[in-house]
Design a protein around this ligand. Structure first.
Ligand SMILES: Cc1cc2nc3c(=O)[nH]c(=O)nc-3n(C[C@H](O)[C@H](O)[C@H](O)COP(=O)(O)OP(=O)(O)OC[C@H]3O[C@@H](n4cnc5c(N)ncnc54)[C@H](O)[C@@H]3O)c2cc1C
Length: 421
């Protein structure tokens, strides 16, 4: 057998040489796009890496925007993923304030909003997700805000410091985290939506626990309603709800979800609640890849395609996509993971519990320290831990295994040793 067929170092050299002169374009300078650019360089790709972002800020982390940055506890510079000189030092052509307007996959050319054109060899769609608007009368009044970008956060932070009565519309993660931060700043807060806090992700039992946490911190919870109108003379003064009730407020923050930014490739690639990809972040079109909030990817471990809106997912999928682009196929097959901080409650969720039939609680939620195991046919699908980081790490080993609920509940048994007992 020839040596070259077995020698990875030699293979790598040949690949890098052949990559020189290639142009890999990444659309979206968020976490997924940044991670991909970083890994392209870490893996030794020597062609051009172009990273286009329509925001004017360099890539940054979004999670602090509803947490410590919103409360002013974290400086603005600490939200950025890298120091400003990182991009130049690694020959990553970061182009900010640049919106890609069109793509022609047959010619492998993209067109910027300003009209200029760029040819590419491979293209990564890391365009993330865009805010869902609330389309009710009065939606365009002043004082109705959304939170997705660092600029949104800075504006909202300034307003919260004036201690307004904030109405938060939407009881998902963003709504709940903003409610917590606004209370911590000292604002009067009403949190309103059709469901209890986080019900769509955590289920009924845990949403009741989170409802009690928020109420305990002084949040006025208004559930079972949708917003039907906003009223005010130029600036929002009152919200009207589906049950006919009203709430007076100085500021509204809308957090009713996001939709994947797929428009650019909608005519070209398969879309179904996001850009469909395989476990290597490949779309059905040669040379086009997708990662992060925009991607609906096949997860071999779960046996389903899923579009996840989590930090960990965006980071790791960006890395997977970069490796696939240079021909290093490593399936993206990690356990889904996300976290949420509200007040002193640090939640960590591992797994996916779409089809769970029961929930077993270990610990006492009222003390703010517990783990919830989501089961289906006695197997553990997911674990959600609050203020139990080590337990959540140990519990990840139990996913997809059958463990008797009595053992899960028994706090005298170390979760990490459950397989041994
Ligand atoms: C306030 C907030 C708090 C969060 N907190 C948590 C948390 O606690 N835990 C957790 O797990 N996850 C959290 N998330 C979710 C997590 O931050 C996202 O899943 C992650 O940022 C997604 O990264 P992404 O790169 O896929 O997309 P994005 O971050 O949305 O980045 C995509 C970028 O692409 C740009 N773009 C889109 N179209 C174009 C175009 N045509 N041309 C050029 N640029 C374009 C967009 O402007 C955007 O900057 C939070 C999100 C928000 C908004």
């Amino acid at each position: 057998m020839k040596k070259s067929a077995l020698d990875p170092a030699r293979e790598m050299t040949r690949r890098i040489v052949s990559d020189t002169g290639k142009v890999y374009v990444i659309i979206g300078a968020g976490l997924a796009g940044f991670s991909a650019a970083r890994v392209l360089r870490l893996e030794g790709f020597e062609g051009r890496v172009m990273l286009f972002g329509q925001e004017t800020d360099a890539p940054y982390e979004r999670p602090p925007l509803s947490k410590d940055r919103l409360r002013g506890e974290l400086s603005e510079e600490r939200v950025f993923l890298e120091l400003p000189n990182y991009y130049k030092d690694h020959a990553i052509e970061l182009q900010l304030g640049e919106r890609v307007a069109r793509i022609d996959p047959s010619l492998r050319v993209l067109e910027m909003a300003g009209g200029s054109k760029v040819s590419y060899d491979k293209l990564l769609m890391a365009t993330g997700a865009g805010l869902r608007d609330i389309d009710v009368p009065g939606h365009d009044l002043d004082g109705i805000l959304y939170l997705r970008t660092l600029r949104d956060c800075e504006r909202l932070r300034g307003l919260l410091q004036q201690h307004p009565h904030v109405l938060i519309v939407g009881t998902g993660f963003i709504g709940c985290e903003v409610a917590a931060s606004a209370r911590q700043i000292g604002c009067k807060v009403t949190l309103a939506g059709p469901e209890l806090p986080l019900a769509h992700v955590l289920g009924r039992g845990l949403s009741e626990i989170y409802a009690s946490y928020h109420r305990g911190k002084g949040v006025i919870l208004k559930t079972g309603v949708t917003s039907t109108a906003f009223i005010g003379a130029g600036h929002v003064e009152r919200a009207v709800f589906s049950d006919g009730s009203t709430v007076d407020c100085d500021l509204v923050v809308v957090g009713i979800g996001v939709d994947p930014n797929t428009e650019l490739v909608a005519e070209h690639v398969k879309i179904e609640n996001g850009i469909m990809t395989d476990e290597f972040c490949r779309t059905n079109v040669e040379g086009i890849f997708a990662a992060g909030d925009v991607a609906n990817s096949w997860h071999p471990r779960l046996g389903i395609s899923a579009r996840l809106e989590h930090f960990d997912n965006a980071q790791r999928q960006g890395e997977t996509a970069a490796k696939t682009m240079i021909g290093k196929l490593e399936a993206f097959d990690t356990i889904p993971f996300f976290y949420s901080d509200q007040y002193e409650f640090r939640l960590i969720y591992r797994g996916m519990a779409l089809s769970s039939d029961s929930v077993v609680i270990r610990g006492m939620p009222e003390t703010g320290s517990f783990s919830a195991f989501y089961l289906a046919d006695r197997k553990i699908l997911a674990v959600c831990s609050v203020n139990r980081y080590a337990e959540s790490v140990a519990a990840a080993r139990l996913l997809h295994h059958e463990i008797a609920p009595a053992k899960l509940i028994d706090e005298s048994v170390d979760i990490g040793r459950l397989f041994d007992t």
